[in-house]
Design a protein around this ligand. Structure first.
Ligand code: SAM
Length: 458
């Protein structure tokens, strides 16, 4: 085990006092919490709990959240591949609950990869409205698109942009913005030893500087009357109360929305960072007070009355000519109903998307996904995307093959092994206990898995 950094220890002793520090240190020596959050787009928390292969305890602050208490590894289960849940420790379930997006709103997750909180926001939005997930790191965005594909939401666009460029291009457009900021990660010391290794006081100071820039930019993207949620997974006052205090000084148009300290959460400590008293309305989550890792959450509301940005919508570009014929043939042969409204279809390159409601023109921005990716036009055919399979109902597909979760063929399918399967040639939706898992192509009685390669590795 790597020891806690001595300067971290002395700072936390000074802040907490010897007595509370002992409890805090004890908590950091215990095992990290394993949690999962159920995907309400696919199954209710109650129904999942009733069929769960793992022993679960509810997370009091998140109706879809559970702790896994029997030491099992839910990441390896086919239900994970079917997007029935996301693995997330309990404290990380608070930001989206507190930001509380509503169906139909415009929501931005500014530092979103690998997409944990985006999946939570998506479930709360119930496929209605616009959710933009952005991150600057292409590799992490790649991992995020895999996670979002599995989640099966239909209203997410994914960007890989510098926040500053988003603010310049989109302005005060969003009802709610989440800034889950890059931070020194002290709250993950129990879970992730690499955070202990990279920690230095200079790293904390560097993170605080980055956060000051990011929150300033995030604020420009919030419409008047809209909300900005700032979260970190660190205990460092400079990055928590300090960042919010300095932000409020420069942005009188924002105020802290006081949050209730229930479930063992505690109010923030403005006095630790010379911040204004209103910062006490934010929350600190301590691993010695709740069954979760360390977190900080501040909800801010923009209260000036400048006008929100109105932006031209991205115009749908439905498939034409041969593309249209190929897509029509696919829908007719494979689907019992149209997956998406024709009026929302848009072709970019050789990919077909269904655009989220209210998606603005994204010209000049680096787009990874315009919306729900339905499939790709290849020579003489339309090939359905994994994200299409994972966001439809099993009954929507004409040909289906179902495996029980404990049937070894479910895993064979995920590892792309061919399986015998009588029936007509063509696209088949593979399901696990009735939940879509991916596509396969049946050719002369053999099911050829089209599960993405990354799925077999998870
Ligand atoms: N919200 C994510 C989740 O729940 O899965 C975790 C986000 S992680 C705490 C912070 C993210 O900020 C990282 O993915 C990192 O790539 C991103 N990041 C770092 N610098 C950034 C910047 N200048 N602009 C946008 N994102 C940035």
């Amino acid at each position: 085990m790597i020891d806690l950094p001595p300067l971290f220890v002395s700072r936390m002793k000074r802040l907490l006092g010897e007595g509370e520090f002992a409890a805090f240190q004890e908590a950091l020596r215990s095992r990290p919490q394993i949690g999962l959050r159920v995907n309400a787009l696919k199954i209710s928390a109650q129904d999942f709990a009733a069929r769960s292969p793992f022993a679960l305890e509810p997370v009091p602050w998140c109706p879809a959240g559970f702790r896994v208490v029997d030491g099992s590894r839910p990441g390896k289960h086919p239900y994970h591949a079917a997007g029935l849940y996301y693995l997330q420790e309990p404290s990380a379930m608070t930001p989206a609950e507190v930001l509380a997006p509503r169906p139909g709103e415009r929501v931005l997750d500014l530092a979103a990869a690998p997409g944990g909180k985006t999946t939570h926001l998506a479930s709360l939005m119930r496929n209605e409205g616009l959710l933009i997930a952005n991150d600057v790191q292409p590799k992490r965005v790649h991992e995020m698109t895999n996670n979002l594909d599995r989640w099966g939401a239909r209203n997410i666009s994914v960007l890989v942009e510098q926040p500053r460029r988003l603010a310049e291009r989109l302005g005060a457009f969003f009802d709610r913005v989440l800034l889950d900021a890059p931070c020194s990660g002290e709250g993950m010391f129990r879970k992730d030893y690499s955070a202990r290794k990279t920690w230095t006081p200079n790293h904390v100071a560097r993170c605080a500087r980055i956060q000051a820039g990011l929150i300033h930019t995030a604020a420009r993207l919030v419409r008047p009357g809209g909300y900005l949620l700032y979260s970190t997974c660190t205990f460092a006052p400079e990055e928590d109360e300090g960042t919010i205090g300095q932000f409020l000084e420069k942005h009188p148009e924002f105020g802290v929305v006081p949050l209730e300290a229930k479930h063992g959460f505690e109010h923030a400590r403005p006095e630790w960072a010379d911040a204004p008293p209103a910062v006490a309305g934010a929350l600190r989550l301590w691993p010695h007070k709740i069954p979760g890792e360390g977190h900080f959450i501040a909800l801010l509301r923009r209260r000036d009355d400048t006008l929100p940005a109105t932006l031209p919508a991205l115009r749908p570009a439905p498939p034409k000519g041969e593309m249209r014929a190929l897509y029509d043939r696919f829908v007719e042969e494979t689907m019992r109903r149209e997956p998406a409204l024709r009026s929302r279809l848009a072709v970019f390159g050789n990919r077909l998307y269904a655009l989220p409601e209210g998606l603005p023109d994204l010209k000049g921005l680096r787009v990874e996904r315009f919306g729900w990716w339905l499939g790709t036009f290849k020579t003489g055919r339309f090939e359905p995307a994994h994200s299409l399979a994972l966001a439809i109902e099993a009954e929507d597909a004409v040909e289906r093959v179902n495996f029980a979760a404990d049937d070894p063929d479910a895993r064979r399918y995920l590892h792309r092994e061919p399986l015998p399967s009588p029936g007509p040639d063509g696209w088949v939706l593979v399901t696990v206990d009735g939940f879509p898992l991916g596509w396969a192509k049946r050719v002369q009685g053999t099911l050829k898995s089209r599960a993405p390669r990354w799925l077999g590795r998870v």
